[in-house]
Design a binder for this molecule. Structure first.
Ligand code: 5AD
Ligand code: SF4
Length: 334
C-alpha cells in the first residue's frame, strides 16, 4: 500500500500531516505523488473559501482515478460541521480532530520540529472558523511537550516550532502555574544548539512577563508573528479583537525596546464587511508606522457559522485587490 498526503492551510495542519505520515510509515510506503497512491489523505483547511473549494476540485480528481484503480480516501483537518455531511458522502473515512491529537504523538523530525502545544481557541474573532472547526482550547501537558522538545534536540533538530491557534493562551492541564512564559522558561533550560519559534500569539495575551521571558531567553529565535488584523479601532471592535490600535502599537514598542533586533511579522484582513476607504487608510498608516518585516495579507472571506457571516461582504473583490496591493507595496519597500 502506498500513501499520499495533501495538506492545505497552516503550520498546525502541516504538523498534523507529519504525524499522520509517521504513523502510516509503519505499514505503508510513501507514493511519489497522487499517481500510484492507494491511500490518499486530505488534510483540509476552512479558514478561507478558496481552500474549501480546492477539496471539491480534488473530489472530481478522485472520481476520475476511481475509474482506473481502487483508492481509499481519508479526510481530516479543519472541517466545518455543515461541510462534514457533504464530505462524508465523498470520502471513505473522516478522521476527527480529537483522535488526531491523541493518536499521533510521534512524528518524523527533520531540521525543524513542529510541536503542537494546544489546539482550538477560546476567542471568538467574528470572521474566524477555527473555534468552530477545532473547538475550544485544549492544551497538552507541559511535561509531554518538554519531553518532545528534548527528544528533538537530542537527535539534532535545530528549529523548534511551538504551535497553537492562540499559542500564548497556554496553561498546562496538570499544573495551572505553567502558562506560556513558564513553558518557554522550561524549554529554555534545555541544553543544545536550537532555536525556539512559535505561532500565533494573540496581542491580548501578550503580557509583560512574556516579553521579559523572551528577552531573557537564550533559545528564542527572534522571529515573532503578531497578528494585528486591522489598523482601525471600529473594525477591530467588529472583528471582536479586544484591543485598540494604540494598545497594539504600545505593545510593539515595548517588544522592540526589550528586543531591538526582533523580526516582526503580522497578519491582516482587508475588506472586512463595511471597511471604508478611510478605515483602510488607518491600516495603511499603521503599516507605514510599524514597518513590519513580513506581512501576511488576507482578503476577507465570509465563512458560514461565524458571527461576521451575517454582515454583508460589501467590499468588491477588485477593491480588496487594490487594498492588498497597497499593503504589499508598503510591506515590501518600507
Ligand atoms: N477571511 C480572511 N482571512 C481570514 N483569516 C482568518 N479568518 C479569515 C477570513 N474569514 C486570516 C487571519 C488569521 C490568518 C491565519 O488568516 O488574518 O490571522
Ligand atoms: Fe481565530 Fe486566532 Fe481569533 Fe482564535 S484568536 S478566533 S484562531 S483569529
Amino acid at each position: 500500500m502506498k500513501y499520499h498526503i495533501i495538506t492545505y492551510g497552516c503550520q498546525m495542519n502541516e504538523a498534523d500531516s507529519e504525524r499522520i505520515a509517521a504513523r502510516l510509515e509503519k505499514n505503508h510506503k510513501k507514493s511519489r505523488g497522487l499517481e500510484g497512491a492507494d491511500l490518499i489523505v486530505v488534510n483540509m483547511c476552512s479558514i478561507r473559501k478558496p481552500a474549501v473549494d480546492r477539496v471539491y476540485g480534488l473530489i472530481e480528481k478522485f472520481k476520475k482515478i476511481r475509474k482506473t484503480r481502487k483508492i481509499k480516501t481519508v479526510l481530516t483537518g479543519c472541517i466545518l460541521k455543515r461541510d462534514l455531511l457533504k464530505f462524508r458522502r465523498e470520502f471513505d473515512e473522516i478522521l476527527e480532530q480529537d483522535n488526531k491529537f491523541k493518536n499521533f504523538p510521534e512524528y518524523c523530525p527533520k531540521d525543524t520540529a513542529s510541536i503542537p502545544i494546544s489546539t482550538g481557541c477560546n476567542n471568538s474573532c467574528s470572521y474566524c472558523v477555527v473555534p468552530h472547526t477545532r473547538g475550544k482550547l485544549k492544551c497538552r501537558d507541559h511535561k509531554e511537550i518538554i519531553k518532545e522538545i528534548k527528544k528533538s534536540v537530542r537527535i539534532g533538530v535545530k528549529k523548534i516550532w511551538l504551535l497553537g491557534q492562540n499559542v500564548n493562551d497556554y496553561r498546562s492541564p496538570s499544573d495551572k502555574s505553567v502558562s506560556f512564559p513558564e513553558l518557554l522558561k522550561l524549554a529554555d533550560k534545555i541544553d543544545g544548539d536550537f532555536k525556539i519559534f512559535f505561532t500565533s500569539p494573540h496581542p491580548k495575551n501578550f503580557s509583560d512577563g512574556l516579553i521579559k521571558t523572551l528577552a531573557d531567553s537564550n533559545h528564542f529565535s527572534g522571529y515573532l508573528n503578531l497578528p494585528v488584523q486591522s489598523g482601525d479601532d471600529i473594525i477591530l471592535k467588529r472583528m471582536n479583537r479586544p484591543y485598540t490600535v494604540k494598545k497594539y502599537k504600545d505593545l510593539v514598542r515595548k517588544i522592540r525596546k526589550a528586543m531591538p533586533d526582533i523580526n516582526l511579522s503580522t497578519d491582516v484582513i482587508i475588506g472586512f464587511p463595511g471597511e471604508t476607504r478611510k478605515q483602510f487608510k488607518n491600516t495603511e498608516k499603521l503599516f507605514k508606522e510599524l514597518n513590519f518585516n513580513i506581512a501576511y495579507i488576507n482578503k476577507y472571506s465570509p465563512r458560514e457559522g461565524t458571527a461576521s457571516f451575517k454582515l454583508k461582504d460589501d467590499v468588491p473583490f477588485k477593491e480588496k485587490k487594490r487594498r492588498e496591493q497597497i499593503l504589499i507595496k508598503i510591506a515590501n519597500h518600507g
